[in-house]
Design a binder for this molecule. Structure first.
Ligand code: PAF
Length: 281
């Protein structure tokens, strides 16, 4: 496995690989890797000759400096996991390498970025759009792999790829959960054992919400019940929303549409977690 920190070095290696017809898969990450990331790497390794995993905690997608400072990082454990996963290249640039100067480019994806995460995290998707565009230009992958846990991020990157003609096929891989249903996330590493237990209420709420919606319970009532369940489990609910993933809009009532998802965000022990499920008809 090659561990590369400089953009020029990465480009040189990839130019050689592409010159002999090798395909490249990119798994962009911010490190603190878990089984969810591993599923993306495995998929990339199956579908490409060479897999590049980037590890870069992107400062411009954090609207809160404390959240950035507290973002978990464990390069030693990450490298072990990447070696075991037989990843070909790790690209772990320093902040200065990616942003020699503060970028002036801002991206908006209205209306995709005006609800859910976009409504609660100012400039978050602008920062994601800028860094993902940079990674696409630096790596030039044939395919890039993202997790469904960040559903809104995936849909926004899909729009970015279409709008800017990036010649890249996107793959959205299913959420990986622990035995109690908790969606795996780098942020879980900061939770206590008690917090991990409390956080499992998020996925239980999503299942409950799906079932109740199908039974015809009004969404306002479902949201009330979700808020109560959160309070009972010491979880501070930020939102629970039913969305149409095609139009990417919030739903006020459930009519058994196709392309539906339920998205939730909340704080457990002051750590912000998100989760979602796609509704199967
Ligand atoms: O999902 C993430 O880990 C990040 O938002 C990404 C896509 C690596 C961009 O920094």
């Amino acid at each position: 496995m090659l561990f590369i920190k400089k953009i020029e070095d990465l480009k040189a290696v990839l130019t050689t690989k592409r010159g002999v017809g090798k395909t490249v898969g990119l798994v962009p990450t911010m490190g603190a890797l878990h089984q969810g990331h591993l599923s993306l790497m495995e998929r990339s390794s199956q579908e490409n000759d060479c897999t590049v995993v980037s590890i870069f905690v992107n400062p411009i997608q954090f609207n809160n400096s404390q959240d950035l400072d507290n973002y978990p990082s464990n390069m030693v454990a990450d490298v072990k996991m990447l070696e075991a996963a037989k990843v070909d290249i790790v690209f772990a640039p320093a902040r200065q390498e990616v942003y020699p100067k503060s970028p002036l480019t801002r991206m908006t994806f209205s209306p995709l970025d005006s609800i859910l995460e976009g409504a609660f995290r100012d400039n978050h998707f602008s920062g994601v759009g800028v860094v993902v565009s940079k990674l696409f230009n630096i790596v030039g992958p044939n395919k890039a792999y993202f997790g469904q846990k960040d559903l809104q991020q995936y849909l926004i990157i899909k729009q970015l790829v279409t709008d800017l003609n990036f010649p890249i096929e996107l793959v959205c891989a299913p959420i990986v959960r622990d035995d109690n249903g908790l969606a795996l996330s780098s942020r879980n590493q900061r939770l206590s054992d008690k917090g991990i237990k409390q956080a499992t209420v998020l996925s239980r709420i999503l299942k409950m919400a799906e079932q109740k919606a199908k039974e015809g319970v009004p969404l306002t009532q479902i949201k009330k019940d979700a808020a109560e369940l959160c309070t009972d489990n010491n979880v501070q609910l930020e939102y629970i929303e039913f969305i149409d993933t095609g139009e990417f809009c919030l739903l006020k009532e459930y009519k058994g549409y196709h392309n539906l998802a339920i998205c939730i965000a909340g704080y457990v022990e002051d750590i912000r977690l998100i989760d979602n499920i796609l509704i199967q008809e």
